[in-house]
Design a protein around this ligand. Structure first.
Ligand code: NAD
Length: 302
């Protein structure tokens, strides 16, 4: 029946919806450091579950062997920075190098386990729009936008370790595709919205009293977890020409106005560039995903 799929970060919030989308017609196995019923947002599942760490090659090999995975959906990660950053007070809950260990070395161990075992043909990776460098602006310098709308060809200029770990994660997977013939896609997710969490839709025009040139932290766009889960299905089922393809994935923006109008009010320095944004498009475009995989978001608030 269907494909054997291994989902890393299998106890996490996104895994819950990806598993739900795929388990009806595939064999889904979850792999995580913790069980789904012991997470901050506990949930139950009848999927096979493998307990272990991405940072242990043996655990990764065990998870792939037990699932006989043909597809890996790699969601497991530390979803923030764990290192002390200049000027920021942070309670240190984990060793400072945890983000880099899990996200970078964990991706390396997973891909290395995959090439050793040999069942895996396709990898779907949860990257982030933070990889652009929009998130942690450690330098304090404004984010540099080269053109609008931002697409997959726009330079990525990460500063903080979370963003850097996503860029390196993509690089590792692409290198393994090149070397060992895997096919892979990286979905650069916007902030993910879940049905169990209330969602603020009525952001008028983003307030920006401290405008210093270029968007800071956010483009006021989001990805609904159910749209991401559906995109995983499309990526699994469609064959792409290139071994590795990155895609931005957007459900919608959070403002009711046209993006050009928002830019004019909140990001006036980008007004000229914004002329290229089409109706209904945000600052980041997922036109490539729509064109190549036939993606159409189903969970807009509009
Ligand atoms: N939530 C967002 O807004 C957002 C935005 C962009 C990208 N992403 C990416 O999407 C993916 C899923 O995010 P989520 O919202 O489900 O986060 P989540 O924290 O709910 O899930 C991540 C899971 O990874 C697991 N994990 C951490 N370290 C591990 C290790 N060493 N070995 C095995 N598993 C480990 C955690 O236990 C957790 O269950 C992540 O890669 C994240 O970086 C999320």
């Amino acid at each position: 029946m269907g494909k054997n799929i291994l989902i890393t970060g299998g106890a996490g919030r996104l895994a819950r919806y990806v598993a739900e989308e795929l388990k009806g017609d595939n064999n889904v196995t979850l792999f995580d450091l913790v069980t789904p019923d012991s997470t901050p947002t506990p949930w139950e599942t009848d999927c096979k579950f493998v307990l272990g760490s991405l940072t242990d090659l043996g655990d990764c090999m065990r998870a792939i062997t037990l699932s006989q995975a043909e597809v890996i959906i790699h969601l497991g990660a530390i979803t923030h920075t764990t290192d002390q950053q200049p000027g920021k007070k942070m309670i240190q809950r984990r060793p400072e190098d945890t983000t880099m260990q899990v996200n970078v070395m964990g991706t390396y161990y997973l891909m290395d386990a995959a090439r050793r075992i040999g069942t895996v043909k396709k990898v779907i990776f949860a990257s982030s729009y933070y990889a652009l460098g929009l998130g942690g602006r450690l330098s304090g310098a404004p984010y540099q936008v080269d053109y609008l709308p931002i697409d997959e060809d726009h330079p990525m200029r990460p500063e903080d370790t979370y963003a850097l770990s996503k860029v390196l994660g993509e690089e590792i997977i692409e290198a393994y595709c090149r070397a060992y013939g895997f096919k892979a896609v990286a979905f650069r997710l916007m902030g993910v919205v879940y049905p169990f969490r209330e969602f603020e839709t009525n952001v008028p025009v983003p307030p920006n009293p401290d405008f210093k040139g270029g968007p800071v932290r956010t483009t006021w766009q989001y990805s609904d977890c159910r749209d991401i889960a559906y995109a995983c299905r499309l990526a699994m089922e469609k064959d792409l020409e290139n071994d590795f393809e990155p895609f931005y994935i957007v459900t919608d923006s959070t403002y009711p106005n046209d993006t050009k109008e928002v830019v004019e009010k909140s990001l006036p320095d980008l007004k000229e560039m914004a002329k290229n944004i089409k109706e209904g498009e945000g600052l980041i475009t997922d036109a490539k995903l729509r064109k190549m995989l036939g993606y159409k978001p189903r969970h807009s608030w509009r």
